[in-house]
Design a protein around this ligand. Sequence first.
Ligand SMILES: [Zn+2]
Length: 500
Amino acid sequence: MRITPMRHLLVIGLVVAAAPLVAGAGTAGPGSAGIGDRLFPLLGNGGYDVGAYDLRLTYPEKDPAQTVRGDVSITATATQQLSQFNLDFAGGGPSRVDVNGKSATFVRDGDELVVTPQSYLRKGRAFTVTVHGFTAVPEDPDPNAPDGFTTTPDGTALLGQPAAAHRLFPSNDHPSDKAAYTITTNVPQGWTGTASGVLASTRSADGRVVSTYRHPQPMASELLQVVAGDFVVHERAPVGGVRVRDVVPRRLATEALPRFDVEREQISWLTGQVGPYPFDVYGSLLIDVELGAALETQTLSVYDSSIVALPRPVLESIEAHELAHHWFGNSVAPAEWSDVWLNEGHATWYELLWAEKIGAVEEHTGSPTREEFFKRVYAVSDTWRAQFGPVARPTSAAQLFDLFNSNVYYGGALALYALEQEIGTPAFQRLERAWPSVNRGRSASTDDFITLASQVAGRDLKPFLTAWLYGTTTPPMPGHPDWTTSPSARSLHVPGSLRH
Ligand SMILES: [Zn+2]
């Protein structure tokens, strides 16, 4: 049932008239419309914690621009006495919402789906909300806004980071509420539906192919990948028990697949650097669009054709970046978006280490060595802090590149370089292994990182790291008293005129 504005007012009137709903352990009230993110006030929702999503998507035709229909069942636990709660959703519909199997009233308010169950939900109790018959229309790729549910010549894919997964499906769309996923795609025969996780079943009947993928480890909604179209799935030999498969457009398979040959070697290399790969499967997805973008969608990193066409050493370094995100950003997600330097600073760190390992630092960065590159980043660091805000406190997320700015990527890696200089390489490497181990499957904050760094180093690093991460000017670089910031430094050749 679609609620009209008049009905909306009536429903609100009834809720107000009925409030407060007095429950045994306190008064029931509505969950908040946002989860409390400084940069995205309405992203995520208050009052509950999602445990699992069961998402089912139907692609009626072989048409990349078509409207996709879906249902999602969300199992969650109430964290307060709830009379009403929100989901984030920017698509169409839905046709019906059930809570614990009983029809619930619902209204749309911008990108919020406001759900009122027939009876309040008790704090600490599990409940299930099923949203039936929602729709999502994919958008044409836009290099100025390379996020969203995107059309490609071969089908559709998802680039949900940071706030676009809810354009496809109703969710608690914030990385602080991670959950397990089951994803089922229903596509016409001849198309392939693939998603984050491991294929659990597939069956064909009546001209349709229904495939179910399971991703049991916690995943942030922004990192889900669902791709449907004329794609092929190419299996590679496992690496230490980790399955490896790539997904590429069928018509480009022969030329595209060799571009991902390095991923098995990189899984071994990063496992040696930072510990076991945190998921069951890894691989790469090519989409034939020109966004200048790659994204660490969980277990299936996505690359557009402009990135896959880069010179091999540069592409490989970006591939190391997306893989590194699976420890830094995926398995350990940011507690809030201000913490995104924890993702990008670390991923850039391993991107540069890979470039160094294959002798490609100059080709990749324009600087002859990693140290020289960091010296140049240091020179521009005050300018970036003024332009974008401190490393761990970006000024704005109004545009995608306000949040995913150079200071988060290269300033974040520079802060790690400073930390390594300060505590020494052995302690730094212990920290890099401890962080994804201690926080595996969780969402963690900059404060958590400072606390763990202090524990691993055996001394209080809060003043040092606070200056590096929250300062409006760049602190002195340990071990390099000659490094200076330059007021005239405005630009730097960095590999990231790309988004990745
Ligand atoms: Zn990245």
